[in-house]
Design a protein around this ligand. Structure first.
Ligand SMILES: Cc1ncc(C[n+]2csc(CCOP(=O)(O)OP(=O)(O)O)c2C)c(N)n1
Ligand SMILES: [Mg+2]
Length: 596
């Protein structure tokens, strides 16, 4: 049988571009491509998910955990539309993802045909760097090559639309050698991008003049751990981490102040308030109120993407470059700060902070303080663990209570901050690194939104993973808690029960029903033992913890407006007001009375 267009598509992705796995969901818009998987199964693996959005999340997570292009596949119309949120997640976090979608037959296009959606327009924003519909078999080769190369070089989402009738036609792997044809080849190698010498000298001048240097690192610094540590040592700097940069430097280093922002730490806040120089590396951290006030610090920023430079703080020097290479090039130009007083102050603050974090975690709650769950996990994290967090209160405790060590990986939906990424990210982590333990930290809202269904994918594929440790922590607080607290602390509104309260669902029992391990506890004394049990299980586990929704995810610094809003929520009869006040006091006390 001769090669079809669909065979050619998969063969080229597998052979020339090294794609091993495509996350997707079938439909008649892609029947030709699904048929080709049957013929090429040993070369490229189709992973069947529960919903196309999950396929896009998994493609995004594949990119995050491997650096390769993540590929997802959906049918025309509804399937293609379902991909969008996951694709935006990838686009906003700058991940290379290729979406392949079907389309109605070419002859019917423009005829208001069933499931006919203008896909080029639909994907024009999310895949604006490259979205193309194939209309001729001879186009396929260069469409694939360009979609893959552009995804990699621009670190973004690209999209190929393939009409279903064309998928089954004979491939034209080499277009005719005549006018009007395109002759492409595969391959991409990352360039070494470093700033010019004079820019490096200017940046070093700013950093050398500073007496109190703060560093802020993000996802762009994930490959620059050693360099970040060396530069911080030389400059006597503290290092704060944007959420996506949590794995850049380990948390046992006392000059690492941890997370920054609403979910951040007190020492990160102090670092930014008191510094006179700011070095930002590979981060688009958006909340400028957590950075120094304009003019209070001299800034240097490093980013591979010039579009991300100078948009959060007016910098003295903006360096376009790879983080590791640029820091490496800066190092010989930097003078070691001999006065270590600033560094010692930061370290003392960090030391105090970890004690506060622990005391907050150990405060009693009704029934379980969610921080305790993360605190107990943190102590037990196995080497090379991979951690994903969902959006919700889990992200606070992930940011503050989980202490990462070298060799671990951790991520979440950083910029889109979408709910529902935790479980699919963890599944993609398991496919990419089947020998590593993976943890997904997820709220009950996100489980109800999609996590419960996607556990079926875990049950379906778990036999392929030599290490069975995939543990999904579910914070069962019967509340869309993060937003409940935002309503209280930002809008001054009491909890609106109709929108916020969630039905109680038996998550652990659901896991058992579908053949996974389920553990549930409402006893704080059992949390540690439950983690041990989950880690020793012979299959993936859902660990359901009944948590107190009244434990406040306190920001590192409470503004007068926030205090007023909180008081207004109480005054307007918040249904949780009595316990919410008691818990807020409990959580604030370890900071005010450190010796307690
Ligand atoms: C798709 C999507 N819808 C809504 C939101 C707004 N949002 C952010 S966190 C959150 C609550 C999450 O609730 P849950 O998963 O139960 O976690 P909790 O905060 O209760 O721990 C909501 C509604 C969002 N980020 N993404
Ligand atoms: Mg919840």
């Amino acid at each position: 049988m001769s090669e079809s267009v669909a065979d050619h598509l998969l063969n080229r992705l597998a052979g020339e571009w090294g794609v091993r796995r495509i996350y997707g969901y079938p439909g008649d818009g892609i029947n030709g491509i699904i048929g080709a998987f049957g013929r090429l199964e040993d070369r490229i693996h189709f992973v069947q998910v529960r919903h196309e959005e999950m396929a896009a999340f998994m493609a995004c997570a594949h990119a995050k955990f491997t650096g390769e292009v993540g590929v997802c596949l959906a049918t025309s119309g509804p399937g293609a539309i379902h991909l969008l949120n996951g694709l935006y997640d990838a686009k906003l976090d700058h991940q290379p993802v290729l979406a392949i979608v079907g389309q109605q037959a070419r002859l019917g296009l423009g005829g208001s045909y069933q499931q006919e959606v203008d896909l080029t327009t639909l994907f024009k924003d999310v895949a604006h760097e490259y979205v193309q519909m194939a209309t001729e078999p001879g186009q396929m080769r260069h469409l694939i090559d360009r979609a893959m190369r552009i995804a990699l070089s621009e670190r973004t989402v690209t999209c190929l639309i393939v009409p279903n009738d064309m998928q089954m036609e004979d491939a034209v792997p080499v277009p005719p050698h005549k006018h009007g044809t395109v002759h492409s080849g595969p391959g991409y190698s990352r360039p070494q991008v470093t700033p010019t010498d004079d820019q490096l000298i200017r940046a070093a001048g700013v950093l050398n003049r500073g007496e109190r240097v703060a560093m802020l690192v993000g996802a762009g610094a994930l490959q620059a751990s050693e360099e970040v540590i060396e530069v911080a040592d030389k400059l006597g700097a503290g290092v704060a981490k944007a959420l996506l940069g949590k794995a850049v430097v380990p948390d046992h280093l006392m000059f690492v102040t941890g997370a920054i922002g609403l979910l951040g730490t007190r020492p990160s806040w102090d670092l930014m308030q008191e510094c006179d120089t700011l070095l930002m590396v590979g981060s688009g951290f958006p909340y400028s109120e957590f950075l120094p006030e304009e003019g209070a610090a001299a800034g240097v920023q490093i980013d591979l993407d010039a579009r991300m430079l100078g948009i959060r703080y007016p910098m003295e020097v903006n360096l376009v470059g790879d983080s590791a290479l640029t820091l490496r090039a800066l190092l010989p130009l930097l003078e070691r700060k001999e006065d270590r007083a600033w560094r010692e102050k930061i370290e003392a603050g960090v030391d105090d902070w970890w004690k506060i974090v622990e005391r907050r975690a150990l405060e009693p709650a009704d029934p379980i303080n969610p921080q305790l769950v993360f605190h107990e996990l943190s102590k037990r994290l196995p080497d090379r663990a991979i951690i994903t967090s969902d959006s919700g209160s889990a992200a606070n405790w992930y940011a503050r209570d989980v202490r990462l060590r070298g060799g671990m990986m951790a991520t979440l939906s950083g910029t889109l901050a979408t709910m529902g990424a935790g479980v699919p990210y963890a599944i993609a982590a398991k496919f990419a690194h089947p020998d590593r333990p993976v943890f997904a930290l997820v709220g009950d809202g996100a489980m109800q939104m999609n996590g419960l269904a996607e556990l079926i994918t875990v049950a379906k594929y778990r036999d392929r993973w030599p290490d069975q440790r995939l543990i999904v922590l579910v914070l069962n607080n019967r509340d869309l808690n993060q937003v409940t607290w935002e309503q209280r602390a930002m809008s001054g509104d009491p909890k609106f029960v109709q929108s916020q309260e969630l039905p109680d669902v038996p998550y652990a029992r659901w896991a058992e029903l579908i053949g996974l391990n389920g553990i549930r506890t409402d006893d704080p004394a059992q949390v540690g033992a439950c983690w041990e049990e989950a880690l020793a299980a012979d299959r993936p586990t859902v660990f359901e913890v009944v948590c107190d929704p009244e434990v406040p995810p306190l920001p590192p610094h409470i503004t007068l407006e926030e205090a007023r809003a909180f008081a207004s929520a109480v005054a307007h009869g918040d249904p949780g007001r009595r316990r919410m006040i008691a818990q807020s006091i409990r959580q604030k006390l370890p900071e005010i009375l450190p010796g307690r």
